[in-house]
Design a protein around this ligand. Structure first.
Ligand code: ADP
Ligand code: MG
Length: 351
């Protein structure tokens, strides 16, 4: 080969390598926020912007954890709960007002099966502590008296950012909703930093943006009763996948498990549902709905999903049978043998 050709070829190879270096690839960071590991992955050729976005997210999430915690410290939600219990109004930040207005809407659409006003009941069951307690379940009379107080999000009234409650028994706990809301926000924040292809994952609950190269992001949904992944699904631009599980946090006494999702109608933990998974572009809605559908159970989930405008739902019951909306059936791929698959008719495409 002529020398100049060889030089040219070498040059081409070098350019190729340089181009590869500059091309998009996976970047990955983990944060410890909300008492959980937040896994942030981006497919990008802008690692510096990604780093800056992650640092920004870390600050934002720590502030959210501080301000929206229902019982720890002296954040905004703790102060609001104190004021509501005294029968007093409080002016909150626009962010918290927005969060609570959304929570109120989701609660009403779920027939209050998602009911973040039952903070006292959640505390009585001990699900306010990081480690749920052992010992027998709470006294039935105490449970009944908290149910009789009928706390509901409909009793929470807004005049712009000024909030008051017509019922002092309302005690807000955003444990079933804030994570999904925050995941959505994280994706938007990454986009603001120019990171268009990302996945933000908090213990299996996640939102994505864009794609993973020329493929969609593929994610696994954990098996609520066994090991590993029950199903995988391709998720695209802006979608969130939220799962409420009765397998992660529970208290146990005399071999009976009391799960951390409480049926607001009875005051007792949900039975018969191992997990509920919802896909929606609205992470907060998906989180609230996953909790509401766990409460609704195999008999009522379709009605609640329809009211909440959801088309993509999977419920795993305690027999291992899998209940699916038709849209969900179309897109998930089971990764291991499962019980019966029951596809519900009549859930039209919504979100
Ligand atoms: P996970 O933590 O598995 O994602 P959820 O999203 O369902 O589950 O959140 C469960 C938490 O929500 C509980 O720990 C409690 O703080 C709160 N909670 C329990 N039951 C309800 C309910 N019916 N409505 C609203 N919040 C609830
Ligand atoms: Mg939830």
């Amino acid at each position: 080969m002529h020398l100049s050709c060889r030089i040219l070829l070498l040059f081409a190879v070098l350019i190729g390598v340089a181009a590869c270096d500059r091309g998009p690839r996976d970047h990955h960071q983990t944060l410890l926020v909300f008492g959980t590991l937040l896994d942030i992955k981006a497919y990008t050729d802008q690692p510096a912007e990604f780093d800056a976005a992650v640092r920004d997210l870390e600050r934002t999430f720590q502030a959210m954890h501080r301000e929206w915690h229902a019982w720890k410290g002296d954040g905004e939600l703790v102060r609001l709960n104190r004021m509501l219990a005294q029968g007093d109004p409080m002016t909150v930040t626009p962010e918290l007002a927005d969060l609570l207005q959304q929570a109120k809407r989701h609660a009403e659409l779920s027939d209050h099966l998602f009911n973040p006003a039952i903070g006292r009941l959640i505390a009585l069951w001990g699900f306010h502590s990081d480690e749920p307690p052992g010992g027998p379940p709470p006294d039935a009379k105490k449970i009944a008296s908290l149910i009789d107080e009928t706390p509901s999000m409909s009793q929470l009234l807004f005049e712009e950012n000024r909030i008051h409650s017509t019922n002092p028994a309302v005690s807000l706990d955003l444990g079933a909703f804030a994570k999904g809301y925050a995941l959505n926000l994280a994706i938007r924040r990454l986009q603001a930093f120019g990171i268009a292809n990302a996945i933000v994952n908090a213990g299996g609950d996640l939102c994505v943006s864009g794609h993973h190269g020329d493929r969609p992001w593929t994610i696994g949904i954990r098996h609520p009763l066994g090991e590993g992944v029950i199903a995988s699904v391709d998720v695209v631009d802006g979608e969130c996948v939220l799962t409420s599980g009765n397998y992660e946090r529970y208290r146990e006494y005399e071999s009976i498990r009391y799960a951390h999702i409480i049926d607001p109608r009875t005051g007792y933990p949900v039975e018969h549902v191992a997990s509920a998974t919802v896909i929606s572009k609205d992470g907060g809605l998906a989180d609230a709905a996953a909790t509401a559908l766990s409460v609704a159970g195999p008999a009522q989930w379709q009605r609640i999903a329809k009211q909440m405008g959801l088309a993509q739902v999977m419920l795993v019951d305690d027999n291992g049978d899998v209940h699916l909306s038709p849209d969900m059936r179309e897109r998930i791929e089971f990764q291991q043998p499962i019980g019966q698959v029951i596809v519900s008719p009549g859930l039209d495409a919504g979100s």
